[in-house]
Write a protein that binds this ligand. Structure first.
Ligand SMILES: *Cc1c(COP(=O)(O)O)cnc(C)c1O
Length: 419
């Protein structure tokens, strides 16, 4: 991110020109950043499989990029399975997750031949019955609730005792024993995912210890596995003073424990990771035009993107840095609150920030918007979703066209009696 004529330059392209050419709001992704973020995992974890968490950003172009880098995928729905199939991610490198999979989704997983992370004993029995009926075999992992606190916003902590995800730690061994008895399923892995936007990697060491305790217990009972999947969750830096851990830091937290425990058991297991945010989050900005500026009890800068397009500030109290993309050289001297166009007083994207003197027509960039940004967007308030573009070597491609009003009414039906 460098300055040039006071304009934000992203991926080598002037943000002001992007907004003029493609309109706003606009999600802009830098392909190099996606690739580099993935490669950092490849160098920190040479032998591990990396299953990119598709829910962070399911754009097909981004999935294609990651497929070309050797990524597998963590999918959470039949729709995400379809996306990664379309992107050409090999079925052998996919784990189908979910705490509430429909029978249709389980059938799709069995049919595709992907591994399934089982979230309850009930689901395991259902999956077995489905596989029997389809005359297919399915490999499963047990989603473990490791009861580890990741020290993050409770809405993104997924391995707490009271979380809806996974089988309680104390029932995992019994569930694995049950799995042996069920036809057409084979237990090959243990899986956990403790939370998201984690900045203190020591919690990953704790989770690794707990998972390896289970592995040890299973081997003592004569059961064997192929992999341990420790999930995703590595945080990214949202403030200049906030230093995010790198994949290398994550490796330092996990690998000594993981390797030592395998050595002492005299076994080999594949490590699987499921990074989402740390791959795509920093690779994208959201450009949004200022519609109006108002000095009320506070100074409000009202832009054309709200929580319809970027939910994280509202949903998770997430802090995202905001810059005025056409005024980078101007002094940030005015205290502003940046709000969206949605008819909700909670539609706040950035609260009490120092920005330059802003006026109608200025261009705001929300940084690090690539994860859980577009993928959580909606059409709330009758707003078609915006476009997404991808930059590579200074060239820009549209990777999702913007929706139109037709998309708002596409599936709506007026009963004839109302015509
Ligand atoms: C969301 C999720 C991930 C990715 O988490 P990030 O914080 O984006 O890295 C990985 N695994 C599972 C099971 C998830 O639900």
């Amino acid at each position: 991110m460098q300055k040039e004529s006071g304009h934000l330059v992203f991926g080598g392209v002037d943000a002001v020109e992007l907004a003029e050419t493609y309109g706003t709001p606009l999600y802009v992704t830098d392909e190099d950043r996606v690739r580099n973020n993935f490669r950092r995992y490849n160098s920190a974890f040479e032998t591990a499989d990396k299953y990119y968490a598709v829910k962070a950003n399911g754009n097909l172009a981004i999935l294609k990029i990651l497929a070309s880098e050797g990524a597998g995928a963590d999918v959470f729905s039949g729709g995400e399975l379809q996306l990664v199939k379309s992107a050409g991610i090999p079925m052998g490198k996919i784990l189908f997750n979910g705490n509430s999979k429909s029978e249709e989704e389980l059938r799709a997983a069995v049919d595709a031949g992907v591994k399934v992370s089982v979230d309850s004993q009930d689901e395991m029995r259902t999956l077995s019955a489905i596989a029997v009926a389809m005359e297919k075999e399915v490999e499963i992992a047990i989603r473990v609730n490791p009861d580890v606190s990741p020290k993050v916003n409770p809405k993104i902590a997924t391995g707490l005792r009271e979380s809806k995800f996974g089988i309680p730690f104390y029932e995992v061994i019994a569930t694995c024993e049950d799995a042996k008895m069920l036809p057409n399923i084979t237990l090959t892995g243990l899986h956990c995912h403790i939370g998201s936007q984690i900045l203190d990697v020591s919690v990953f060491r704790e989770a690794t210890e707990k998972m390896m305790n289970l592995v040890e217990e299973l081997y003592a009972r004569g059961m064997e596995l192929e992999f341990v999947d420790l999930g995703g969750g590595l945080g990214i830096s949202h403030r200049k003073e906030e230093k995010a851990p790198t994949p290398n830091d994550l490796a330092d937290a996990i690998l000594p424990t993981f390797d030592a425990r395998l050595d002492s058991l005299g076994i080999k297991l594949k490590l699987v990771l499921e990074p989402g945010r740390s791959i795509v989050g920093p690779a994208t900005i959201l450009l949004s035009r200022v519609n109006t500026v108002k000095q009320a009890y506070k100074k409000f800068v009202a832009i054309d993107a709200g929580f319809n397009l970027f939910m994280r500030p509202v949903m998770y109290d997430a802090y995202h840095e905001v810059v005025v993309a056409n005024k980078l050289n101007e002094q940030a001297s005015v205290l502003c609150t940046v709000v969206g166009p949605v008819c909700e007083s909670g539609d706040i994207l950035a609260k009490d920030r120092m920005l330059p003197e802003v006026e109608r027509g200025d261009l705001v960039a929300i940084l690090n918007a690539g994860a859980y940004g577009f993928s959580m967007s909606s059409q709330y308030n009758g707003r078609p979703r915006c476009a997404e573009v991808l930059i590579c070597d200074g060239k820009v491609d549209v990777i999702r066209s913007k929706e139109s009003v037709d998309d708002l009414i596409r599936n709506q039906v007026i009963p004839p009696r109302l015509m």
